[in-house]
Design a protein around this ligand. Structure first.
Ligand SMILES: *Cc1c(COP(=O)(O)O)cnc(C)c1O
Length: 379
């Protein structure tokens, strides 16, 4: 089975080996070395000199921790809303009793910074802009640098859901003025699920320190900071950590550092181009216009004679797993991820040849291998 999904992703052999090593203690000198070295590498991927925290749990938990810790019940936030994961952020915010201003764009299109700026003028009470970078449900990459700039001009905190983007596309956190950036270890960072990873700016910490309302204990970042500051030399987290996952992440980050961030980003762009040209050759139109299409995933519309559910099941029977459209997009589009091992030639070949075989099974004439021409550029 090959996963060409937006995450979780198939991870390299070295990372799987790391997962299988004997249990590590989550305290003491050996742990501190691994923990700090992992955070140091994460700072480079995030492009930040500020604090990095690792929390056991999914990305949504990291986002809930940030919003809950930095904002009081009743505070107003603004959410650029153009997909399923933006709506999810709204659900999290509702659960924290925040007031929400949505700035909507159709699914498949970006939310533009101008529309965010207009909304901020109408709602001066907005304390934070909470924005999805790569909206995985549609594969749109929102113009984060520009949105962050208008949010900052307004004096709002910038909180980013970079769950499916960080490590795969440039996201220089400090240069773009992002206060909290949340990702996970199991998408573009290519390890199994278990860890949320957070970068937190001094401005974010000021908001956390000002906050009065109780916000639980595990999910209150004050708790995490207390342990980092008071127990940081030997037991830096309030709770037990999934140590094997941190070890695996350390391995994965070493590989990324050795390869170089720019080289990795370029590999994703090449993989996306190969998949997109192949699909176009086979008559499938892209769902998202190229300037906004994230290089980590490709969403494509169905063509005459093809059915989304049927094609997805056909590929799965051949060992190729891709994702369907969420909510209203179900049946209209399919999504293929290029993350992790899925950016490699063998994965893309199996996928495109599978789509060719499906079309033939529907009586559509397709020259064998015609969709692979753009693969030549891939390593
Ligand atoms: C996958 C994804 C999430 C959810 O991540 P969990 O780890 O399952 O909480 C949130 N936002 C985006 C953009 C995602 O792609």
């Amino acid at each position: 089975m090959k996963l060409l999904t937006p995450g979780p992703v198939d991870v390299p052999e070295t990372v799987r080996e790391a997962m299988g090593t004997p249990s590590l203690l989550h305290y003491g000198p050996a742990w501190m070395e691994l923990y700090n070295d992992t955070r140091r590498m994460l700072q480079q991927v995030f492009g930040t000199e500020h604090d990095i925290y690792m929390m056991a749990g999914p990305g949504t938990m990291g986002l809930e921790a940030v919003m809950g810790s930095a904002l009081e019940p009743g505070d107003t936030i603004l959410i650029p809303n153009n997909g399923f994961f933006a709506e999810r952020l709204g659900k999290v915010a509702e659960g924290l009793a925040l007031r929400i201003v949505y700035v909507n764009a159709p699914w498949g299109e970006p939310v533009l910074a101008e529309t965010v700026a207009e909304a901020l003028e109408r709602y001066p009470e907005v304390k934070a802009v909470v924005v999805v970078h790569h909206e995985t449900s549609t594969t749109v990459l929102n113009p984060l640098a520009e949105i962050a700039r208008v949010a900052r001009d307004h004096g709002a905190l910038v909180i980013v859901d970079a769950v499916s983007s960080l490590g795969g596309v440039p996201l220089p956190v400090d240069a773009w003025g992002i206060d909290a950036c949340v990702t996970v270890a199991n998408k573009a960072l290519e390890t199994p699920p278990a860890l949320a990873l957070l970068s937190l700016s001094p401005r974010l910490w000021e908001a956390v320190e000002r906050r009065q309302a109780p916000r639980g204990w595990y999910l209150d970042l004050k708790t995490w900071r207390w342990y980092a500051e008071n127990w940081g030399s030997w037991h830096p987290t309030p709770v037990t950590m999934p140590t094997s996952n941190v070890f695996a992440l350390h391995r994965s980050l070493q590989a990324l550092m050795a390869e170089g961030l720019e080289t990795r980003y370029a590999a994703y762009r090449r993989a996306a181009q190969a998949v997109r040209r192949g699909l176009q050759t086979l008559g499938f139109a892209p769902f998202v216009a190229e300037p906004w299409a994230c290089p980590l995933t490709t969403a494509f519309r169905m063509r005459d004679g093809a059915d989304a559910d049927e094609l997805q099941a056909f590929l799965r029977a051949r060992g190729v797993v891709i994702s369907g459209g969420l909510a209203d997009l179900h049946g209209l589009i399919l999504r293929v991820g290029h993350i992790g091992l899925a950016r490699q030639r063998d994965y893309i070949t199996d996928f495109l040849l599978g789509v060719e075989a499906y079309l033939r099974s529907k009586g559509i004439a397709v020259l064998d291998g015609i969709s692979l021409e753009a693969l030549e550029a891939l390593a």
